[in-house]
Design a protein around this ligand. Structure first.
Ligand SMILES: [Zn+2]
Length: 255
């Protein structure tokens, strides 16, 4: 059994939102450390933070995780985002939020446990709605985020508030951001999104009434575009891109 000590694990090694990969965007194999987060024990996949004082190994590079959407399959990207979120969660729960004592890592579950008061802290996801709105047979509402410096037009999105249904969140966000009312709200699909720990819930809706009035802190421009005259839209691999393709070309939403 002597070779067991040399067993290597595939590792997600993050530095902030960047991931260590080789030139073919493949993960490194490393020896497992006690401080690693064991990600899927059967497959020996681990996750850890890269500290800035460590050197980047020869032949490897740090790549922003968003960039890997285009390089990797959906499953690979989702696994990486899960690793990133679990690491961030562990880093942000070193102390008990109930009594302030230092926490310990639960041996089997994803939980940070307080040895003093036994309070368990689990990873949380934040539900976030994203809506594609159509008008008539050939128009789509696209909006430009005020913080976005590019010329990209995206969809209406926002966090679900406490005590709200998903459909209420769609209605409220649309009214707040662009001042219009929507009808026939229908669920389409979901996508985990690790910036920081969101679950994107995609809906489609139809324009009902009202003139576009921008919420200027959030949206710098919004209008209905003809399907055959779209501006720059979100990149392929994002749920927004799939939603736009779905309403315009009737493409199936990814599972
Ligand atoms: Zn405690």
């Amino acid at each position: 059994m002597s070779d067991q000590t040399t067993d290597l694990s595939l590792a997600y090694i993050f530095h902030h939102h960047q991931l260590l990969v080789d030139e073919n965007f493949q993960l490194p194999k490393v020896e497992q450390l006690a401080s690693d987060l064991v990600f899927r024990s059967g497959d020996q996949i681990i996750a850890r933070d890269l500290f800035i004082e460590e050197d980047i190994p020869e032949g490897y590079q740090l790549v922003p995780i968003r960039q890997l959407i285009a390089q990797w399959t959906k499953i690979q990207f989702e696994q990486a985002s899960r690793a990133l979120q679990l690491l961030e969660w562990r880093r942000n729960h070193k102390f008990c939020s109930h009594c302030g004592h230092e926490t310990e890592v639960h041996p089997r579950e994803y939980a940070m446990v307080c040895p003093a008061c036994r309070y368990h802290q689990y990873p949380r996801v934040q539900p976030c709605i994203i809506t594609v709105i159509t008008r008539g047979q050939d128009e789509i509402l696209l909006a430009k985020n005020a913080k976005n410096t590019s010329n990209m037009y995206g969809l209406i999105a926002g966090f679900v508030e406490v005590g709200e249904t998903l459909e209420e969140a769609v209605t409220r966000e649309t009214l707040e951001e662009v001042g219009i009312k929507v009808k026939n709200i229908q669920y389409l699909a979901s996508q985990p999104w690790p910036f920081p720990s969101n679950l994107m819930l995609a809906f489609k809706a139809e324009y009902e009434s009202g003139e576009i009035v921008l919420q200027e802190e959030e949206i710098s421009d919004a209008k209905f575009f003809k399907f055959n005259a779209l501006p720059e839209i979100p990149i392929s691999g994002s749920i927004a891109h799939a939603m736009i393709e779905h309403v315009i070309h009737n493409k199936k939403m990814p599972d």
